[in-house]
Design a protein around this ligand. Structure first.
Ligand code: 8YV
Length: 312
C-alpha cells in the first residue's frame, strides 16, 4: 500500500515514530526550521496530522492542508484541536482515552500525598544532611479531609476512588450532577470553601480557561491545596502564584502549566508548590498503549475501517 503523507506537530517517542514511518511519509513540522517553507512544499499532499495532548493545530495551519482527513492526538486531551471546525470540514479526530486513566489518577493522588506530607521537602531535608540536626517538622494527615474534584470524568472518578482509600471524603463540581454517591456542588466557589484539596481533572479549552481564578483560590483558603493534572489553562497561573506567595492557600501540586515547558520563575521559587514536568501519563506501559491507539486509528481510517477512539 502506498504510504500516506502525514504532518507531525509534536516531539514523539521512537516507539511511535517507528510504526508511523513504516506506514506513512512523516513530515516533521515540530522540528522544521522554516515551517512556512515546509507547508508550501508538502501542505497540499498532507492527509493526516499526528500531535500530542499539549500541542495545537490552529485553523490557519489546517487551512493550508486541503487534503487533510484525520488528526490523531497522542493524548486524551484534544483542546489543541479546533474540533467544531474539523467537524464542519469532514476531518476526523481521534485521541487516546482510558489507557492513561490509572497513571494520571496515580499522579494526582501522589501529588496529594506529596503536598500534605511534605515529602519532597522531607527528601531535600535528608539529602542536605539536616536530619542529624533535628527531626523534620510534622505535616498534615489525609484521613478525614475532603477532596473537591473539578470535572468528574473517567480520570476524576479514578482519583476519587484512590483518595477514598486514603480515608478522605469526596465531593465534585461539574456541568451536571451524576449518578454517583459523592456529593455534588453546583457552585465551584462552594466546593472550594468545603475542600481541603481542590483537584482539577476537567478538559482544557475555552470553556474551562481560568476556571480556577483568584476568587476560587480565596474560597479554598489557607486550609487548602490546589492539585492540577488537567491543563495549565484551567488555572489562572498569576493568581495562583500570588495565592501561594501570600499564604492565601496552603500549597499546590501541579503537573501542568499555562506555557509548557516554560514555568514562571516566581512559581519555581514557591516552597509550598510541588511541580512536575507534565508526566502524569509518562510510563513505558501507558505511552506504548497511547502510541498503539494513534497508529491503529490512522490505519483504520486509511483502510476505511471504523476508528477505535473517535472524538468526531
Ligand atoms: C501527554 C496529555 O503528556 O493525554 C493528554 O492529554 O496531555 C498527556 O497524556 C501528552 O499528550 C504526550 O505528549
Amino acid at each position: 500500500m502506498e504510504k500516506t503523507p502525514v504532518l507531525v506537530l509534536a516531539p514523539l517517542p521512537d516507539f511511535l515514530m517507528e510504526p508511523l514511518h513504516a506506514a506513512h511519509v512523516c513530515h516533521d513540522y515540530f522540528h522544521a526550521e522554516d515551517k512556512n517553507a515546509l507547508l508550501t512544499e508538502v501542505g497540499a499532499e498532507i492527509r493526516g496530522i499526528v500531535m500530542a495532548g499539549g500541542s495545537v493545530s490552529p485553523v490557519p495551519l489546517l487551512e493550508r492542508l486541503p487534503k487533510l482527513e484525520i488528526i490523531s492526538v497522542f493524548g486524551v486531551g484534544y483542546d489543541g484541536v479546533p474540533v467544531d471546525w474539523c467537524q464542519d470540514h469532514g476531518i476526523r479526530v481521534t485521541n487516546t482515552p482510558d489507557v492513561l486513566t490509572e497513571d494520571v489518577a496515580d499522579t494526582a493522588s501522589a501529588l496529594v500525598l506529596m503536598t500534605s506530607r511534605r515529602l519532597v521537602a522531607a527528601n531535600r531535608f535528608l539529602h542536605a544532611g539536616a536530619w542529624t540536626r533535628g527531626p523534620f517538622p510534622l505535616a498534615h494527615a489525609l484521613r478525614g479531609k475532603r477532596a473537591g474534584i473539578v470535572g468528574l470524568g473517567r480520570i476524576g472518578k479514578a482519583i476519587a476512588q484512590r483518595l477514598e482509600a486514603h480515608g478522605m471524603s469526596v465531593a465534585y463540581h461539574g456541568r451536571a450532577r451524576q449518578e454517583v454517591a459523592w456529593e455534588y456542588f453546583e457552585s465551584l466557589i462552594e466546593l472550594a470553601e468545603a475542600a481541603d484539596f481542590l483537584i482539577a481533572a476537567c478538559p482544557g479549552g475555552a470553556a474551562t480557561k481560568h476556571l480556577i481564578n483568584a476568587a476560587v483560590l480565596t474560597a479554598l483558603g489557607a486550609k487548602g491545596t490546589l492539585i492540577n493534572i488537567a491543563r495549565g489553562s484551567v488555572v489562572d497561573e498569576s493568581a495562583l502564584i500570588a495565592a501561594l506567595q501570600s499564604g492565601t492557600i496552603r500549597g499546590a501540586g501541579l503537573d501542568v502549566f499555562e506555557n509548557e515547558p516554560q514555568v514562571p520563575e516566581a512559581l519555581m521559587q514557591c516552597e509550598n508548590a510541588v511541580l512536575l514536568p507534565h508526566l502524569s501519563s509518562g510510563t513505558h506501559e501507558t505511552r506504548r498503549e497511547m502510541a498503539r491507539l494513534v497508529v491503529e486509528n490512522l490505519a483504520a481510517h486509511f483502510s476505511g475501517e471504523p476508528l477505535l477512539t473517535p472524538v468526531c
